[in-house]
Design a protein around this ligand. Structure first.
Ligand code: ME8
Length: 651
């Protein structure tokens, strides 16, 4: 029977659109999954979405949608981007699916029946952002006597309530022993040490329910219908519910324990202490390896919505293509460490590795072969020392690549890949096929080009897990397949070889979409001292195409104008109070005085951009913007044809 291989990613929260961080973990899992499949292993690659809990509910409310509609939509966005990034997952689990919720309920019941879950009254500082309680010594003092969550920095509130608790402490020693006896359970080393440190402290109870009166969006607790399950307790169980736990024992035993669970370092504790003790309580083994990879910053800054620097993977795929995005993400930083993503860095990495090494060899070998040998795979000649050295170098590169992918050390794998490409380029340089051609040494020319094409074939195979499309394209030109044959005689002599377009054309400048996006987020360059100015040139306005996701970022709401008055300091402007279905009306400053009389406006149905950051317009705060066509005396407000409730979402 083929080796089985089970790999998982975290289930991403559907509180927002997927970003480059989510793409990173998922591409990483995909690379190993694809490589293992090529090796003939029986692979199961699981990803999915985490759809319950406060964060998700809050996001749904913010969009004016029911939580179910919201999660259905957001989940599709994850599925869409995985499709565009050529992610080859075998299963996509959603925590709102009954195949999961039922297993969670049965598991809760089983743990309750065996006394691992008990009800207790509890008081503590509750952080809605982190969905957890903190103790007095954990919270941080905030302004005016407030207390702040140590993880998010947002205010916490004191909550006293009864809840159900899972007795993690009962399994803490077993967990400690497991970490000590299995040095490769938690990787990299730094994360293992972090866990060892955390386990020196007492492991307490975990509050695993939320009263429905406070949060109803979750899986109902089977033994107390007033409660729902804490989102983490629910979500972690996906790794077993997805593969048949409590449903199909044979299938489950064939998959679990997972070979790898990939995650970011942000969720180490939940995946080790929570998940580890949960599994021990269920008499199940833990995964062979949990790899908590490092963090991406973007252009030197933490990625955050408020900074507007969240990298949208759709933009990357549009601009660079899926294969290049996959490769650069994996090659740009060591998996365990942190790294900074920048478009300049992307361009440099792409050019250095893909264009100048792999693409260069492929273009040269393919075109020389077409030009001088009629585009057929030439015959080998007897091996020289240089040929043996090339074969040895290729074998060493392949071995490093294989070991790298197998141990999720992607950077080592990339080094192995590049070692093969460099060996191929050096071989061509040293053997000088152009000189052989000039001298009419056709036998040696054939042998040299054959080996060069063979190196391309090996590269084509090694590219398969990282750049599946380019791999297929290169192998196709060579009339070959992704067979794991590493000797330099895998092609079919006489078969047709086509040249095609450059495999990885050099990227001379950043793609237009990227340059435009960067112009939007980069701080303006410090003003230079002006010389006597000539007439200022007007920059042409570039209207950029946006994705549906981009459009979704703009929140449009129906509003009703309650009052209008002149702006105290600008004739052109009016100050309106607009009901947008919130507690208080919004004050909106609009440049419509030339067209509208004050009395025309009261009662008018309008459309408001509701999530625009407030701005001071000639000293008066404007808390949104009205949609209107045209300007000056020609301005016309956008309105709905039928009356709708203020606050209704416009899309
Ligand atoms: O934590 N750099 O979901 P989440 C690298 N639902 N990786 C990053 C990243 C960054 N800047 N940002 C995010 C959750 N990630 C829970 C998980 S599992 C049962 C429940 C990746 O949407 C990384 O893998 O916040 C991180 O662990 C994960 O996204 C967090 O995704």
């Amino acid at each position: 029977m083929a080796d089985t291989f089970y790999i998982t990613t975290p289930l991403y929260y559907v509180n927002d659109a997927p970003h480059i961080g989510h793409a990173y973990t998922t591409v990483a899992a995909d690379v190993v999954a694809r490589w293992r499949r090529l090796k003939g292993h029986d692979v199961h690659f699981l990803t999915g979405t985490d759809e319950h809990g406060q964060k998700v509910l809050r996001a749904a409310h913010k969009r004016g949608l029911s939580p179910q509609t919201h999660v259905d939509e957001l989940c599709q966005r994850f599925q869409k981007i995985w499709e565009r990034l050529d992610i080859s997952h075998d299963d996509f689990i959603r925590t709102t699916q009954s195949r999961h919720t039922e297993v969670v309920q049965e598991t809760l019941q089983a743990l309750y029946d065996r006394g691992d879950i008990t009800k207790k009254s509890y008081e503590g500082w509750y952080s809605t952002s982190e969905e957890r309680f903190w103790t007095e010594k954990d919270v941080v003092d905030g302004p005016e006597g407030t207390k702040l969550c140590p993880a998010s920095g947002l205010p916490v509130e004191w909550i006293a309530e009864e809840n159900y608790f899972f007795d993690m402490g009962k399994y803490a020693d077993q967990l400690r022993e497991h970490v000590a006896a299995n040095p490769d359970w938690i990787r990299p080393e730094a994360r293992r040490n972090e866990l060892l440190g955390a386990l020196k402290k007492e492991v307490g109870d975990l509050c695993i329910t939320r009263p429905k009166s406070r949060l109803a969006w979750g899986i109902e607790v089977p033994f107390d219908h007033d409660y729902v399950t804490y989102v983490w307790f629910d979500a972690l169980l996906n790794y077993v519910s997805a593969v048949g736990y409590r449903r199909d024992d044979e299938a489950f035993r064939a998959r679990w324990p997972a070979d790898y669970q990939l995650l970011g370092k942000d969720i180490l504790t939940t995946h080790t202490i929570y998940w580890g003790t949960m599994l021990f309580a269920l008499d199940l083994p833990v995964a062979d390896c949990l790899y908590a990879h490092g963090w991406w910053t973007v252009e030197g800054q933490k990625m955050s919505k408020s900074l507007g620097n969240v990298v949208d993977p759709h933009l990357l795929v549009d601009a660079y293509g899926a294969d290049s995005v996959r490769y650069v993400l994996m090659a740009e930083k060591a998996f365990g460490g942190d790294g900074d993503f920048s478009h300049k860095g992307f361009q440099l990495r792409y050019n250095a590795d893909l264009a100048n090494k792999i693409g260069n060899l492929a273009n040269r070998a393919l075109s020389m072969n077409a030009k001088w040998l009629g585009g057929k795979v030439p015959a080998l000649d007897a091996n020289t020392e240089a040929d043996d050295a090339l074969a040895a170098e290729v074998a060493a590169g392949v071995a490093a690549f294989d070991a790298g992918v197998e141990s999720v050390a992607y950077k080592d794998a990339v080094d192995g890949l590049l070692r093969v490409a460099v060996a191929g380029n050096e071989y061509v340089q040293e053997q000088e096929p152009w000189a052989l051609n000039k001298d009419g040494d056709t036998e040696r020319l054939a042998g040299v080009l054959r080996r060069s094409l063979e190196v391309c074939r090996v590269l084509g195979v090694l590219l398969a897990p990282f750049c599946p499309n380019k791999s297929a394209s290169l192998l196709d030109r060579l009339g070959s397949t992704p067979a794991l044959t590493w000797s330099l005689d895998g092609l079919e002599t006489g078969a047709s070889v086509s040249v095609g377009d450059p495999l990885f054309p050099r990227m001379l400048e950043l793609p237009e979409q990227i340059a435009a996006a960067l112009a939007l987020v980069e701080p303006p360059a410090p003003a230079k001292k002006k010389k006597k100015s000539k007439k200022k040139k007007k920059e042409p306005v570039v209207v950029q195409e946006i994705t549906f996701d981009d459009f979704q970022k703009v929140q449009l709401k129906a509003g009703k104008v309650l009052s209008a008055e002149p702006h105290p300091d600008a004739d052109r402007l009016l100050v309106l109070q607009v009901d947008v279905g919130e507690e208080k009306p919004r004050q909106i400053v609009a440049g419509i005085a030339a067209r509208y009389a004050l009395s025309d406006l009261v009662g008018l149905q309008v459309v408001v951009v509701a999530n625009l950051a407030p701005a001071q317009l000639r000293g008066v705060e404007s808390q949104g913007m009205l949609l209107a066509a045209g300007s000056g005396t020609g301005v016309a407000m956008v309105s709905t044809t039928e009356a709708v409730d203020p606050g209704t979402i416009v899309r």
